[in-house]
Write a protein that binds this ligand. Structure first.
Ligand SMILES: Cc1cc2nc3c(=O)[nH]c(=O)nc-3n(C[C@H](O)[C@H](O)[C@H](O)COP(=O)(O)OP(=O)(O)OC[C@H]3O[C@@H](n4cnc5c(N)ncnc54)[C@H](O)[C@@H]3O)c2cc1C
Length: 394
């Protein structure tokens, strides 16, 4: 959507195919980081985004068995946005869709599922998609696979990902939030278990990190045991865990971390999760996908106005986004290891007298250091800026 909007503004006829009828899917990304807020400003959409009424997070803390500690202070960020905005992903996508509608070169086709690629010799020449029960062919100078971590287009292209082991999965659910509850983003970590609460005003969207492949075992223990585990981690949730009335209220995310060694073929480019599925650590998936789109628009816009871009131009997009992808995924893998290393052995009980980890102590003693994780997560390794041709005033 982001790339489609920018290219259309640059006069490149662009069609976005979306297999669903709308963007209303729950338990998707919520965190719109400072880097993405800056992109929205540059697109002239900052004021419209502000009207959505996102919850704003300026500080992130973690609650360990030994106490609650600050982790990241976003007020220390440079630039106008010193926060993370929390919005359901559909609000952001609807905003982009509305902006797209105003561009004559932009077309969004919903209920359109890409099922295959078309080829001209070794070159990708378009896609086959299914819409209203019929198959259609769309010929294009360039096909961009932005169809997420299970990308059909990538699979049909023959490009293969390199996968990295991930020791965890995530259970997602929601519980009511009361006005006196903590606001913003709260992480509770206790010996290998982690609960992240995202404040959505009248409810929390909650992620519970579990050991890889253990969702079945947790279900087998029963809902009461699960409710008890939650209340054990955060006792103030005990008065509302009964709102989970069945396992259909709990969604399982099979966490994956992978990337394509090569993001392109002649006529095809993969971006976002289709090029690099991210772990939920840091909540950076949306923001990296947006940064990919901005870099691609800057590099591809002028080339596409001249017709079909050479594969060397597509390679430039991958080169530009390679380092931020690899560094961010490496940081996520270090995060996984730290979490798993603190896991309870069988029979062991959490120790409330446990000392705080050294790095947490350092952050407390030197609060300026809290700006470092804030920058790495909210701005990222390589922030991108909207090309002049796609910029608008608010
Ligand atoms: C449960 C969950 C929670 C997450 N929480 C966060 C978070 O808090 N913060 C964050 O930054 N990231 C989060 N992420 C990751 C984030 O959602 C992704 O990294 C990000 O959305 C990637 O964007 P994308 O455009 O590459 O792919 P997606 O957002 O996955 O978009 C792909 C789109 O393509 C459509 N599609 C798929 N196949 C086809 C097809 N064959 N034809 C046509 N359309 C198709 C899909 O319907 C979808 O709309 C979360 C992910 C999950 C699963």
């Amino acid at each position: 959507m982001m790339l489609g909007l920018m290219l259309a503004r640059g006069g490149v006829p662009t069609t976005v195919l979306e297999k669903h009828a709308d963007f209303l899917r729950d338990f998707r990304g919520d965190t719109v980081h400072a880097s993405t807020l800056t992109v929205l400003d540059e697109l002239g959409l900052g004021t419209a985004f502000a009207r959505i009424g996102a919850r704003r997070v300026e500080r992130v803390s973690v609650q360990l068995d030994s106490g609650t500690y600050p982790l990241a202070d976003l007020r220390r960020l440079p630039g106008p946005h010193r926060e993370i905005a929390m919005v359901p992903q559909w609000d952001l996508l609807n905003l982009l869709a509305e902006a797209g509608e105003r561009e004559p070169a932009f077309t969004l086709v919903t209920r359109a599922e890409a099922i295959d690629l078309t080829w001209h010799g070794d070159r990708v020449s378009g896609v086959v998609y299914r819409h209203a029960g019929e198959e259609h062919r769309l010929t294009a100078d360039l096909v961009v696979a932005c169809d997420g971590r299970e990308s059909t287009v990538r699979r049909r292209s023959g490009l293969r990902t390199r996968s990295f082991g991930v020791p965890m999965d995530v259970l997602w659910f929601r519980l009511p939030r009361r006005p006196e509850d903590p606001a913003g983003l709260l992480a509770r970590v206790s010996r290998g278990r982690m609960l992240v609460l995202i404040d959505r005003q009248d409810y929390f969207q909650i992620a519970l990190v579990i050991a890889k492949g253990s969702a079945g075992e947790i279900r087998a223990r029963g809902l009461d045991a699960f409710r008890g585990d939650l209340a054990g981690l955060l006792p103030w949730l005990a008065d509302r865990v009964d709102h989970l009335s069945g396992w259909e209220d709990v969604a399982t995310l099979d966490v994956k971390l992978n990337r394509l060694p090569r993001w392109h073929l002649d006529g095809l480019l993969c971006l976002g999760d289709a090029a690099h599925a991210m772990s939920p650590v840091g909540g950076v998936g949306i923001n990296l996908a947006v940064q990919d789109a901005v870099a691609a628009a800057r590099i591809l816009g002028p080339a596409l106005r001249g017709g079909r871009p050479a594969e060397s131009v597509l390679r430039r997009v991958q080169r530009r986004r390679w380092l931020p992808t690899v560094l961010t995924q490496t940081g996520q893998r270090i995060g996984h290891r730290a979490l798993i290393a603190s896991r309870l052995r069988p029979g062991e009980r959490p120790d409330p007298t446990a000392r705080r980890p050294a790095v947490v102590g350092l952050m407390q003693r030197l609060p300026r250091l809290q700006g470092v994780p804030a920058y790495l997560v909210a701005v990222g390794v390589q922030p991108e800026h909207v090309p002049a041709y796609a910029r608008r005033d608010a």
